[in-house]
Design a protein around this ligand. Structure first.
Ligand code: ZN
Ligand code: ZN
Ligand code: ZN
Length: 389
């Protein structure tokens, strides 16, 4: 059903897509990341495939045992060491237009020694947060004089303050996952299993423009009391409340994440009472978002109405997490995080109440703007009741 529309989008939109990629992954980010490394007291960043490398270069490299590594000295020219068979892919990425030196290595070369030789003496290196341990240890051996730290010491501030192009990419992801939620009621029928519903949802996540579904939580009846429930063979029944928490990654690299609650027929009276409390709490937390407010104040704003209604102990997780090239990244919306929000920060606001034998969570992605906030999910937050007697 979605194929004709997607074909059209590809043929009409490819020039636009290239322009959008250049805005999302600008060439000057290499220099900015190098400056941030220097400011963080790091001699160089070493970025292997993952979100840090993609953020700095636009290169969505595969994580493989063969080393691909961007070496980004605080002072000096960056270079990308890449297996020769991966070179065409690296050149085809936005990084291919950066004038970045790419150094291919052959199967019998030692790429770690190659990085060390080209980098010269540095006192410290910031390693991509998601670098594999085998690579961390090989770099320790190849650069014995360099203290190892995390690249996030340099990149966290940059990655958590999204550019206008990044916010646009998150907005596009939000619209895509909203379209999936809009279709969910059609898949919820008594007699179907959580797994059957989850398969429909996963197909729609791809069909609505994501390159992949990252997670699909369909938690019905008593399973809804488990916030990270894995879809099971449980058969949906009249009276079930169903928590559907879903997300995927868009071709841009940016992620979606949205939770809504559905009911099959009339859910228990207690559920209906605390669902209203939860909706108000989620509203209050979103309304609290503006520059200068701390992350923990947003968490507190969600917690107050829930605690006042007597469900404080049933709200068992933080209020939210940052989102961008990763579904979970800085800033975390949690007690103890006194970081003030700044324009461009994007994160989930997702309070939950899980008293059992049912539970609920409502989640939107919210961006801190110059004066307040913008929600990126707009599908109704009211309980959606589908047939079921
Ligand atoms: Zn979660
Ligand atoms: Zn979620
Ligand atoms: Zn989330």
């Amino acid at each position: 059903m979605h194929f004709p529309r997607m074909d059209q989008a590809v043929s009409v939109g490819s020039a636009h897509a290239v322009a959008a990629l250049t805005e999302l992954y600008p060439a000057e980010r290499l220099r900015q990341a190098a400056d941030a490394a220097g400011a963080a007291g790091l001699g160089a960043l070493l970025l292997t495939p993952g979100p840090d490398l993609r953020y700095v270069t636009g290169y969505d490299a595969q994580q493989l045992e063969r080393l691909t590594c961007l070496a980004l000295p605080a002072n000096g020219d960056p270079f990308l060491v890449v297996p020769r068979l991966e070179l065409p892919a690296a050149q085809a990425s936005p990084a291919g237009g950066f004038g970045l030196e790419m150094i291919p290595w052959d199967e019998t070369d030692d790429p770690y020694a190659l990085v060390a030789r080209r980098l010269g003496v540095v006192a410290s290196v910031g390693l991509a947060d998601r670098m594999w341990a085998m690579m961390v240890l090989r770099f320790r051996a190849a650069l014995p004089a360099a203290r190892q730290g995390l690249a996030s010491a340099a990149l966290r501030g940059m990655r958590s303050r999204k550019s206008a192009a990044e916010v646009a990419a998150l907005r596009e992801a939000g619209a895509a996952i909203d379209r999936v939620h809009a279709a969910v009621p059609g898949w919820l029928r008594p007699g179907r299993t959580e797994l059957e519903v989850a398969a429909d949802v996963a197909a729609a996540i791809s069909g609505e423009g994501h390159v992949r579904a990252d997670f699909v939580i369909v938690a019905s009846g008593p399973n809804a009391a488990s916030p990270h429930h894995e879809p099971s063979g449980r058969v949906l029944q009249p009276g079930d409340a169903v928590v559907v928490d879903i997300g995927g990654t868009m071709p841009s690299g940016y992620c979606s994440d949205c939770t809504r609650v559905y009911a099959i027929g009339r859910p228990p009276g207690e559920f209906l009472r605390y669902y209203e409390v939860l909706r108000d709490a989620q509203e209050a937390a979103c309304a609290a978002v503006r520059p200068g407010v701390t992350a923990e104040a947003v968490d507190a704003a969600a917690r107050v109405p829930i605690t006042e209604a007597g469900y404080g102990p049933e709200f068992v997780h933080r209020t939210g997490h940052g989102i961008g090239l990763e579904t979970h990244e800085d800033p975390y919306i949690v007690a103890g995080n006194t970081e003030p929000l700044e324009p461009g920060m994007a994160f989930s606001v997702e309070p939950g109440i899980y008293p059992g034998p049912h539970g609920a969570r409502i989640e939107d992605i919210v961006v801190c703007t110059g004066r307040g906030h913008e929600r990126l999910n707009h599908v109704t937050r009211e309980l959606v009741v589908v047939g079921g007697g």
